[in-house]
Design a protein around this ligand. Structure first.
Ligand code: ASP
Ligand code: MG
Length: 401
C-alpha cells in the first residue's frame, strides 16, 4: 500500500478555516487511493504563548513540566483536524506522540528520537482510517512526555516517513518551496526544484529558516527524501534528496543572517592552549560559535574574533570579558551591527573561483568584508548589517541567472 506522510506547520493550521482546508487536502489524498498519515504542529503561535504562560510563573521552568505543557498545543490541532475530517464524512484516528510509537531519550525539551514503533499507525491505516499524529512529541523510557526541540514536528514527519517506508513525505508550509534567496528582499529569487540534504543543512545554519535542521539531518542519515510545498498554493515545491555534486548547482542559494554578533579579543597571548581555553569555556556554556578569525601574530600576541547568534551574545560576551582579564588581553570588544552573507552550492566542489566572484560582487557594490569562513560547499562573509540587503541582491545577481 502506498503510504503518504503529510506534515502541516503551525501557520497551515492557524485557524478553523485553515484547518478545514487542510482536512480537504488530506481527504483528497485519501480519495486518490493513498493511505495517509498526517502530522500537525500547534496552531499559529500557540507554542510561544504556552512558553509565555510558564514564564509568568518562573523565568526558568522545569523542563519535564514544560514538555507536558507544550505537548498540549499539538493535541489541540490533532483533535480539531480529526473533527474536520470526520465532518467531511471520513474516518480519522488522532494519536498523541506516545500512541503513535515515537520513543525518545530523556532529554526534556530537546529529546532525540530513539525508535518509531509503527504498529498502531499501520493498524489504523488498515482499518481505512486517516491517521493524524501530534508532531513535536514523544515518550521517554521513563514514560514521560518529551518534546523534540522547536520546529520538531518536521522531525516527527520525517521519522514516521522513514519508519513506515512512505512513498513520499510532504512538508506543507506557508512558502511555496525553498528559494534561491529570501524573496522578500530579492524579488528575482526563485524556487529551487531539487536540492541536496547537504545544501539544505547549510541553508539552515546560514540563517534561512525553512525547516528544523535536526529533521534534515535525520532525513539525510536515513535517506528519506521529502518535498517542501505550500499548503495554499498548488505550484512550486522543492524536493530535498541525495544529489551528486557533479550535477549540483555551483551556487544554489544565497542567504543573509542578520542575527549575528561579533566579539574580538585584542592582544591575546599567541601560545598553545589559548584558543582551546576560550572556545572550551564557550562550549561549556553551550554557546554555538560560528565564524572564527585569528590574525597573524606580532611579538607573541594576536587578535581573535568570532561570531555568535545574537540570542547568545550577552552570555558569550560576559564569558569573553572574564577570559580577557584572565588572559591579560588589551581589550575585549563587541559589535552587534553585523550580518552574515552566505553562498551555498554543491557544485562548488568542482568549480574553482566562486569565492573570487562573490568578493568581486561585494566589492563592486562597495561592501567591505570583515571576516570570511568557508566549507566545501559554502562561503560566508561577515559584513556591516546596514549593507546586508544590498549585498544579498548583488551576490544573488552574480550567481543566480
Ligand atoms: N509547535 C512546535 C514549535 O512551535 C513544533 C513545530 O511547530 O514544529 O516549535
Ligand atoms: Mg514549525
Amino acid at each position: 500500500m502506498a503510504i503518504i506522510v503529510q506534515k502541516y506547520g503551525g501557520s497551515s493550521v492557524a485557524d478553523i478555516e485553515k484547518i478545514k482546508k487542510v482536512a480537504e487536502k488530506v481527504v483528497n489524498c485519501h480519495k486518490n487511493g493513498n493511505k495517509v498519515v498526517v502530522v500537525v504542529s500547534a496552531m499559529g503561535k500557540t507554542t510561544d504563548n504556552l512558553i509565555n504562560l510558564a514564564k509568568q510563573i518562573t523565568s526558568n521552568p522545569p523542563t519535564k513540566e514544560m514538555d507536558l505543557l507544550l505537548s498540549t498545543g499539538e493535541l489541540v490541532s490533532v483533535a480539531l483536524l480529526c473533527i474536520a475530517i470526520e465532518n467531511l464524512g471520513f474516518e480519522a484516528e488522532g494519536l498523541p506522540g506516545f500512541l503513535a510509537g515515537i520513543k525518545t531519550d530523556n532529554t526534556h525539551t530537546k529529546a532525540k528520537i530513539r525508535t518509531v514503533d509503527t504498529t498502531r499507525i499501520i493498524e489504523e491505516l488498515k482499518k481505512g482510517k486517516i491517521v493524524v499524529v501530534a508532531g513535536f512529541q514523544g515518550i521517554s523510557a521513563e514514560d514521560s512526555i518529551t518534546t523534540l526541540g522547536r520546529g520538531g514536528s518536521d522531525l516527527t514527519a520525517i521519522a514516521i516517513a522513514g519508519a513506515i517506508k512512505a512513498e513520499i513525505c510532504e512538508i506543507y508550509t506557508d512558502v511555496p518551496g525553498v528559494f534561491t534567496a529570501d524573496p522578500n528582499i530579492v524579488p528575482d529569487a526563485r524556487i529551487i526544484p531539487v536540492i541536496s540534504y547537504k545544501e539544505m543543512l547549510e541553508m539552515a545554519s546560514a540563517g534561512a529558516k525553512v525547516m528544523q535542521s535536526r529533521a534534515v539531518e535525520f532525513a539525510q542519515k536515513y535517506h528519506i527524501p521529502f518535498l517542501v510545498k505550500s499548503t495554499f498554493v498548488d505550484d512550486g515545491g522543492t524536493m530535498v534528496t541525495e544529489v551528486d555534486f557533479k550535477e549540483g548547482a555551483v551556487v544554489s542559494s544565497v542567504a543573509l543572517d542578520e542575527n549575528q554578533a561579533k566579539i574580538t579579543f585584542f592582544n591575546v597571548p599567541d601560545r598553545p592552549g589559548v584558543a582551546a581555553k576560550i572556545f572550551g569555556k564557550l562550549g561549556e556554556a553551550s554557546i554555538n560559535v560560528d565564524v572564527i578569525v585569528q590574525n597573524v601574530s606580532t611579538h607573541g600576541y594576536t587578535d581573535l574574533s568570532f561570531t555568535v547568534n545574537i540570542s547568545e551574545f550577552e552570555k558569550a560576551f560576559e564569558i569573553a570579558k572574564k577570559l580577557g582579564k584572565e588572559l591579560k588581553c588589551k581589550d575585549v570588544t563587541s559589535d552587534t551591527n553585523i550580518a552574515k552573507i552566505t553562498v551555498i552550492g554543491l557544485g562548488m566542489m568542482n568549480h574553482p573561483g566562486v569565492a573570487a566572484r562573490m568578493f568581486k560582487a561585494l566589492a563592486d557594490s562597495g561592501v567591505n568584508i570583515e571576516m570570511i569562513s568557508t566549507s566545501e560547499i559554502k562561503i560566508s562573509c561577515i559584513i556591516k548589517k546596514e549593507e546586508g540587503q544590498k549585498a544579498l541582491k548583488a551576490v544573488h545577481k552574480e550567481f543566480i541567472k
